[in-house]
Design a protein around this ligand. Structure first.
Ligand code: ADP
Ligand code: MG
Length: 500
């Protein structure tokens, strides 16, 4: 057991990890009805740190019932928008108050550098919950001037209402566990929905801590339920449950399609935030050093386990060598180690399965004719580390160019003409994001409309803002989270027509 004994300040993570965890259904902390559990492992050592319940359909059904009862309870349904705002603000305050502990739990569970958990995951989740709190009191319909034939103007009043969609099933991935929980729970509570949240089996811990804090914040029982379990069991049961009004999913495209198919059977609303194969496009007026450092960060941040990871690097010929050499030099110097080591820049991958997936893709890339420019190997024998890796010389049709890897693996290619870059950038089935590195506004503005991607960055990559909608084109998903757009995903619009 590798349980750290102290956190940076306040309550230690060991207090949370010191015993098997249970899941929250209604007001009760429960084990799975079957008694089954899942070992939660530290990716740096592969050792078990604690266990969580392995829920199945029976537990999911109880959680959906609890969420339904809460949705219909007057305590929740009659709560004023300003009350929901306060609950969300209190929850945000509590997460912030326990930030050191939660960051440590996140780092240990996912493997990510503690500094990243402290500076990105936890504060982003806190900010987002506060952003959502603000929305609770700003939900509006419209008044509409009607013009039906045969009636005079002003004989009718027409207006629309925004109503909560109902019980939300949220299925989230393991790369930013707390933040992804916040992305679902925030808008759901802001709009008056209730939630059954299923974190990924690899990283269930911060969601369970969030559930504890939700109770401490005084959120009525059943408004937030957290069931832990395997995707094909608990996740599938949630997606197919007729008592769920909306499924909010972030994860792989393959699983997103399964969830979409299950959901449509009950006409459950869906939002799907799926995979990506985002291009980093460097035009030849860019400073190669700046572009190299941006490109390295775009792919190696969070060990490449990021849906918007810049996994394809396209550099205009004149600066190609300088940029690729720059990224390779950064890759070669990155300090690989456990997330809790303050010197670590690149943590382990989340699981043995993920390490195998990354290693297999690197092999496939070499078989497809790729040349290794950097890395290429597993790092060490203990834990699930992989070197930051760059391949070049691949045809665009190569699997490693087309398929999402979700690891620290970059493919690099030169291009000559700006006219050809949009086709290259759009040449996969994904369309989540892209970045352009250039200060030539004319070329940048011409390129932006031609890229089929939900987010375009210019001279930066991977930054998200709560007020900017986020989501994918093509196989990268359906719907936009964050910003005003997220309200559409968690509400139904009701039209009212009144004759007078
Ligand atoms: P990965 O394969 O990289 O773990 P997934 O898309 O499978 O990514 O995981 C994202 C989330 O989807 C996790 O919470 C996982 O448990 C869940 N999941 C996996 N398979 C299914 C499924 N068949 N139905 C519903 N949820 C699933
Ligand atoms: Mg884990």
């Amino acid at each position: 057991m590798t349980i750290p004994t102290t956190s940076v300040s306040g309550e230690p993570a060991s207090r949370f990890l010191g015993r098997p965890r249970s899941m929250l259904i209604g007001a009760e902390w429960r084990d799975a009805a079957s008694g089954a559990s899942i070992d939660v492992r530290d990716p740096a050592t592969s050792e078990t740190i604690t266990t969580v319940p392995s829920a199945d359909g029976v537990d999911v059904d109880l959680a959906v019932q609890a969420a339904r009862a809460a949705f219909e309870s007057s305590e929740w349904s009659a709560a004023r928008p300003v009350d929901r705002e306060r609950w969300l603000l209190r929850l945000a305050d509590l997460v912030e108050a326990h930030a050191p502990q939660i960051a440590e739990i996140e780092s240990l569970d996912n493997g990510k550098p503690l500094l990243i958990a402290q500076r990105v995951d936890v504060p982003s989740a806190v900010d987002f919950l506060r952003y959502c709190a603000g929305w609770a009191t700003k939900l509006e319909g419209t008044t509409v001037d009607l013009s039906m034939p045969g009636f005079r103007r002003n004989e009718f009043v027409g207006y629309t209402r925004r109503e909560p969609v109902g019980v939300v099933g949220a299925i989230i991935p393991w790369n930013f566990p707390l933040l992804m929980a916040a992305w679902k729970v925030g808008p759901a509570l802001a709009t008056g929905c209730t939630v059954v949240l299923k974190p990924a089996e690899d990283t269930p811990l911060s969601a369970l801590r969030l559930a504890e804090l939700a109770l401490e914040a005084g959120l009525p029982a059943g408004v937030l339920n957290v069931v832990t379990g395997y995707g094909p069991v608990a996740g599938a049961a949630l997606a197919a449950h007729p008592g769920i009004d909306k499924i909010a999913f972030t994860g792989s495209t393959a699983v997103g399609k399964l969830i979409g198919k299950a959901a449509i059977e009950n006409m459950t609303r869906i939002s799907l935030e799926l995979g990506g194969k985002s291009p980093v496009i460097v035009l030849d007026d860019a400073d190669p050093k700046v572009a190299a450092s941006g490109a390295a960060n775009a792919i190696f941040f969070n060990s490449g386990q990021v849906c918007v990871a810049g996994s394809r690097l396209y550099v205009q010929r004149r600066v190609y060598d300088a940029v690729v050499e720059g990224v390779s030099a950064i890759a070669a110097k990155m300090r690989i180690g456990p997330g809790l080591d303050p010197k670590t820049q690149l943590g382990p991958l989340v699981s043995e399965k993920q390490l195998r997936r990354v290693a297999d893709y690197v092999k496939v890339g070499i078989d497809e004719g790729g040349t290794l420019v950097a890395g290429g190997q597993r790092h060490g024998e203990r834990g699930w580390f992989h070197q930051p890796t760059i391949l070049a010389g691949l045809p665009e049709s190569a699997r490693i160019v087309q398929e999402e890897i979700f690891g620290p693996v970059l493919v690099a290619a030169p291009f000559d003409d700006v006219e050809e870059i949009a086709a290259l950038a759009n040449g996969t089935s994904y369309g989540l994001s892209a970045s352009i590195w250039s200060n030539d506004l004319k070329r940048v503005h011409r390129l932006i409309p031609r890229l089929k991607a939900g987010t375009i960055w210019v001279n930066c990559h991977g930054l998200l803002d709560n007020a900017l909608p986020f989501g994918g084109y093509k196989q990268s998903g359906i719907g936009r989270e964050m910003g005003r757009a997220m309200i559409d995903l968690y509400t139904e619009t009701k039209s009212v027509m009144m004759m007078h």
